[in-house]
Structure formats: C-alpha cells, structure tokens
Design a protein around this ligand. Structure first.
Ligand code: ADP
Length: 225
C-alpha cells in the first residue's frame, strides 16, 4: 500500500540578513502509512515544528519532495496546496486558537461553513463531534468559559469535524497540566482507533510518545535511526 505521506530528502533553511543561512532540516526522508500514529520527538530547536509545518503544507521546504496521497505537493501552487490542506488535513497546536467571541459550537461549525457546508448541516456535525469529545454539555460556552482541557478538546473537535485523513498535532498537551494532558492524549488515541485517522504528533514528553505506534527522533535536523 502506498503511504499517505512521503517526504524525500526535505531540507529547510532560513536566511538571515548578513549571516549565512541556518539549515534547520538537513535531509528528511520518511513515509507515513495510512492509519499510523507517529510521534515526533527531539530536543528543543531540533526542527520538529518546522517539519510539522512542512508536512502540513503550511510551509514549503527549501528543497525536497513531499507527496500527500501520491500528489506531488512540491510542484503545486499555493491554491492547489490550500485545497489539499482543506480536504485532507486537520491541525491542533499547543495554543487552541479558538475565536474568543464565538461559542464552542460556532468555533467548530464556522470552518465547515467556510469550507462550503450548509450552515444547518455544519452545526449538526459540530454538535456531533463536540459530543464525541465529551463536550455535549458545553456547546454554547465561549472559550473563556471553558477549562484549558476543554478548550483543547474544542480544538480537536474543530480539527476532526471535516473528517481529515491526517491529523497533525504540535505539542497539543503543551499548555495542559499532566493529568489533563494525559486525558487529551487518550482522547487522541481513541479517535485514532475509531476513525482510522492518521496522526503525526510532536511532543517532548516520552510517556506520551511511548503511546504512539512509532517514534521519529529528530536531532539536529535529521531523523535519528
Ligand atoms: P522545535 O520545534 O524542534 O523546537 P523549530 O522547528 O521550532 O524546533 O525550530 C528549529 C530552528 O529553526 C530553531 O533554531 C529556530 O530558531 C529556527 N527557526 C524556526 N522558524 C524560523 C523562522 N521563521 N526564521 C528563522 N529561524 C527559524
């Protein structure tokens, strides 16, 4: 079976005014199979977020190839990449980035509506996914009326509402206390099992990483064998 995602010799450099460019990723090749749960670990500054942004088509590599569902994303313009991102990818970050003036339900439904869903259907789907992440009783609460763990559950519901094939999570438990972080991890594992969503999660927490099916260790811009 062909992988859902394949990176071939990805490099990423950042240019600085006078100084020589910094090479953050130095030849990353990897394959992620459909349905895998992969953790990306490594010391701070190793390039984990940079890699996740490139795998999620948020950022482009300086060179190298990235295939998502056999589509050559490195040959696409921004419009085509955005379309692919909207269709296949979901994101959860360390910060929830919920819209403060909208309820949990609206925060999950609005991206669906922007993506072309009929508003009534979008609200139904949003309620259903929020129910699934344990927030059926918090649909009409605004982010400020929710706990940190609940806010992050809304972010997970928003990421999964469109049934993405691949979920990219960058330190999703980073702002949570240990217990709440473990609960969020358990939720991600359950959703992965139930829905067959492929998950790539950046974490620096060995306990969380050990729950993944595979760990990729990033050191100095390379994947350690
Ligand atoms: P990690 O997630 O492993 O902590 P990052 O991918 O965030 O690492 O960053 C890796 C390195 O790339 C760091 O040294 C960081 O300073 C540098 N970096 C990240 N983004 C940029 C940018 N936009 N411009 C310049 N340097 C950057």
């Amino acid at each position: 079976m062909s992988p859902i995602l394949e990176a071939r010799d990805i490099h990423k450099s950042y240019k600085r005014d006078s100084a020589p460019p910094v090479e953050v990723l130095r030849g990353i090749s990897l394959k992620i199979a459909a349905g895998e749960f992969v953790a990306v670990m490594g010391p701070s500054g190793a390039g984990k977020s940079t890699l996740l942004h490139i795998l999620g088509l948020i950022d482009r590599p300086s060179r190298g190839e990235l295939l998502l569902k056999d589509e050559k994303t490195h040959e696409m313009d921004e419009r085509a990449r955005a379309a692919l991102r909207n269709r296949f990818l979901g994101f959860v970050f360390q910060a929830h980035y919920l819209l403060p003036e909208f309820t949990a339900l609206e925060n999950v439904a609005i991206p669906l509506i922007i993506g072309g869903w009929e508003p009534r259907k979008a609200r139904e789907k949003a309620a259903q996914v929020l129910e699934r992440v344990g927030l059926g009783h918090r649909l009409h609460h605004k982010p400020s009326e929710l706990s940190g763990g609940e806010q992050q559950r809304v972010a997970v519901a928003r990421a999964l509402a469109n049934d993405p094939a691949l979920l990219l999570a960058d330190e999703p438990t980073g702002n949570l206390d240990r217990e709440t972080g473990l609960q969020l991890m358990d939720l991600l594992l359950e959703l992965h099992r139930e829905r067959g969503t492929t998950v790539i999660m950046v974490t620096h927490d060995p306990l969380l990483a050990s729950k993944a099916q595979r760990i990729l260790k990033l050191v100095d811009g390379r994947i350690e064998a």
